[in-house]
Ligand binder design. Sequence first.
Ligand SMILES: [Cu+2]
Length: 312
Amino acid sequence: MNKILATTMLAFCTIAASSAFAETVKIDITVKEKDVVIDNAGTVQPMWTYNGEIPGPLVRVKEGDTVDFKLTNDPSNKQSHSIDFHAARVDVLDEFESIKPGKTKAFTFKADYPGVFIYHCGSDSMAEHISKGMYGVIIVDPKEGYSKNFPKPDREYVLVQGDLFEPGTSADDIKMGTGWKGVLVNGKQFHYDPVHDQNATKTLESKPGERVRIYFVNAMINEAAAFHAIAGIWEQVWDNGNPKNISWGLQTAEVAPAHGMIFDIVSPNDRATNNALVDHRMKHALNGAISVLMNHKDAPAGKGRGDQILLR
Ligand SMILES: [Cu+2]
């Protein structure tokens, strides 16, 4: 075997190895209590966050991977905080314990189940910590990859729905829903809806006929989300995002608090169309939970791909 061929084969083996075998993925997150912009007008509210963002950073691993995780509670914070990964099987009193400002907590877990999972703060009062923004998404891609029952999408978007309460609402009132103000989609009311909010500048986009995969997570503390695509039908829906839990041709699916599901939509390929992806509970939709998906031939190539899966 000549040297060039040997080198090529070695390179090929390295790529194959990295995609076929489980890896250890290192994730560090810092809790920051800070003022955060909660709508398209630039309104700021004191919130509690993972890495300063609502939702926290998108974590994506493959089924079978080990997550090597470290949580830091920033020394400038006032509260104890924690993290609860729904993708982990560990000890709630150990890995998920609360840590004081200035402390760190490191642990590992194996992502044994494929799907889309929430992570959130579990510190007392959990209602207050979650509703102030302490949640995010971990996607665990199935180890067998794509298949007939879990086809490769053309674009992917993450949508996380959370509560917005009036600033200064007490933990007890938050728990009972008093002082509720609206719904944040990826951290902002009407984040991707220029129809209902003149200050909105972003939309989800795809080309006609493309398969768009929505990773939907409901981080609301007390209420389910009735996820529906106006002027569309969910081609396939996977409960918890597990390829085994497949449903076909759904109009609306209920996503429980602290649950996630995968929704695919395929637009007609012979015309431009628009969809509104909504929580069909009117109280939720009309207070922030509407996102526009524009299907048109000029959709930017990078949108819904790479680092533009969760649009900030
Ligand atoms: Cu917390």
